[in-house]
Write a protein that binds this ligand. Structure first.
Ligand code: NI
Length: 184
């Protein structure tokens, strides 16, 4: 099932998402639907709050970035109950976008490396370091389960410049070819 993508201004995008356990109702079906929704909307990653569920789950498939970073070829993962437990002091500024904030891209500065504790879809436990684009995409999706959006992390000047644009996005003044749901 393909979910509509929840758009900027919806309260669910601002909640700190809840942990789940392996008895979460229809977890496998939900993960399948997350992948389907992500591929349908051409995203690299998708977090559960973006389909209206405030739970600590996100999916990432780095394959489209393989050309720039061959290590991402087989980077396809489900992250459940993730916690970033360490970050490098060194940061890098890169352009980011988000399915919930259509047609807006801005520079965002983030740590180059992160250490993350999480479970996969079989509830196997991992504690791993990531760097490069993997670290970048993980941090973006991780922010979603913390109720944070990339536009919170831009410079104060950019924040002022995009204020009007964000207001129009939340009113549906954009065009995308995936299903979406505007804030009430
Ligand atoms: Ni996003």
């Amino acid at each position: 099932m393909i979910y509509p993508i929840v758009i900027y201004g919806s309260p669910v995008l601002r909640k700190v998402a809840q942990e789940i356990d392996k008895d979460y109702p229809e977890l496998n079906k939900f993960i399948t639907d997350m992948w389907e929704t992500m591929y349908e909307s051409d995203g690299l990653g998708l977090a559960a709050p973006q389909v209206g569920k405030s739970i600590r789950l996100f999916v990432i498939d780095g394959e489209p970035l393989e050309e720039d970073e061959p290590a991402l070829k087989n980077f396809k993962k489900v992250f459940i109950n993730a916690k970033i437990i360490e970050s490098s002091a060194e940061t890098i500024s890169l352009n980011e976008g988000c399915l919930s904030i259509p047609n807006l891209r801005e520079e965002v500065s983030r740590p180059i490396k992160i250490r993350i504790d999480y479970f996969d879809e079989h509830f196997n436990h991992f504690d791993e370091w990531y760097e490069g684009m993997a670290a970048r995409v993980i941090q973006h999706e991780y922010d979603h389960i913390e109720g944070i959006l990339f536009t919170d992390k831009v410079s104060p000047l950019t924040k002022r410049l995009i204020k009007g644009k964000l207001a129009s996005i939340s009113k549906g003044k954009f065009s995308v070819d995936y299903k979406f749901r505007l804030p009430k």
